[in-house]
Ligand binder design. Structure first.
Ligand code: IPM
Ligand code: MG
Length: 362
């Protein structure tokens, strides 16, 4: 089949890791007889440097015209980069928020898996990590505090900042449906996370999730308060299958969950709308401190490309093959510096890409 993929190499290590993902996708295409057409667009700091804004209308149009978008990472060092001298709506992150909204990517899937081969990197006590874990955070991505009205005013000489947290029932329902659908393909458990003991938006969240749950009698639903969830993630991560939550809570909990795996350089993500279209990116950031050194771990981006094959193109066999190649390379002891451990062979970003291409078989 023909795959039209728009790429956003972005900033920091973005261009290096996207390059490796393309290598792997090209091998998939060659093995399985597909044709891939790539188009690169600028976003974030890379777009600011050229166009003065983090996202142009042309870039959005190019993204919309594709079947899927593969992204590296955007943003720079917030204390030293000149991008952060700009007003907030012109900084790199505004480009990311803008494309999420423009493409209606309301469902953000962030798997956090403890890889057997990398269990030693898990910062938790062995009695906890030995149970393993495999969860998926389903984060609402186009509503809540991120997109509510905000302003900073001065009243009687006192500065005051206002951010608003709004959800309507339709926004909650559509993400809940995505959460239950995916739970059905996994271990059939949804933990809906909110702050219903304080927030109205959370009380509505809980009520709507309960309604949606009625259509999924085979899926177990539990509710958990967000502070408790933050604690449970380090105490007993094995209890989670799908964590369903709103935008801000999902931002925080997904960083925590990925850190708990000990290998954030391995974690992929997908942002989907209600069609097959999606934007796929690693869960980690742009790591400006190691950019250009060819030492970044490209695996999270490559696994994001595998998610793209699975969700946007229904190419499950191809996605399986990519995931199997990753397992194989890890089993054979090859590691980028972030996941390096004694007795393994340290490899560069491009070497990791080459190894994955080599191990990829039909
Ligand atoms: C993420 C990031 C973004 C977010 C930032 C860069 C705006 O932290 O994708 O989790 O908060 O959503
Ligand atoms: Mg985040």
């Amino acid at each position: 089949m023909e795959l039209n993929i728009t790429c956003i190499p972005g900033d920091g290590i973005g261009p290096e890791i996207v390059r490796e993902a393309k290598k792997v996708l090209d091998k998939v295409a060659q093995l399985y007889g597909h044709e891939i057409k790539y188009k690169d667009i600028l976003m974030g700091g890379a777009s600011i440097d050229v166009h003065g804004v983090p996202l142009t209308e042309e870039a959005v149009a190019d993204a919309k015209a594709a079947d899927a978008v593969l992204m590296g990472s955007i943003g720079g060092d917030t204390t030293t980069s000149p991008w952060y001298q700009l007003p907030p709506n012109l900084r790199p992150e505004a480009g990311l928020l803008g494309i999420r909204k423009a493409l209606n990517l309301f469902a953000n899937l962030r798997p956090a898996v403890l890889y057997e081969e990398l269990a030693g990197a898990c910062p938790l006590k062995e009695e906890i990590s030995s149970r393993g874990f495999d969860m998926l955070i389903m984060r609402e991505l186009t509503g809540g505090l991120y997109f509510g009205e905000r302003k900073t005013v001065e009243e009687n000489g006192v500065r005051k900042a206002i951010d608003t947290l709004t959800y309507d029932e339709n926004e909650i329902r559509r993400i809940a449906v995505k959460g239950f659908d995916i739970a059905r393909k996994r271990r059939k458990k949804v933990t809906s996370v909110d702050k219903a003991n304080v927030l109205d938006s959370s009380r509505l969240w809980r009520a709507v999730v309960e309604e949606v749950a009625k259509d999924y009698p085979d899926v177990t639903l539990e509710h958990m308060l967000v502070d408790n969830c933050a604690m449970q993630l380090v105490k007993d991560p094995a209890q989670f299958d799908v964590i369903l939550t709103e935008n801000m809570f999902g931002d925080i909990l997904s960083d925590e969950a990925s850190m708990v795996t000990g290998s954030i350089g391995m974690l992929s993500s997908a942002s989907l709308n209600d069609t097959k279209f999606g934007l796929y990116e690693p869960s980690h950031g742009s790591a400006p401190d190691i950019a250009g050194k060819n030492i970044a771990n490209p695996i999270a981006t490559i696994l994001s490309a595998a998610m793209m094959l699975r969700y946007s193109f229904d190419l499950d066999k191809e996605a399986d093959a990519v995931e199997a190649a990753v397992k194989k390379v890890l089993k054979e002891g090859y590691r980028t510096v972030d996941i390096m451990s004694e007795g393994c062979e340290k490899v560069s970003c491009s070497k990791m890409g080459d190894l994955l291409v080599e191990k990829l078989h039909k």
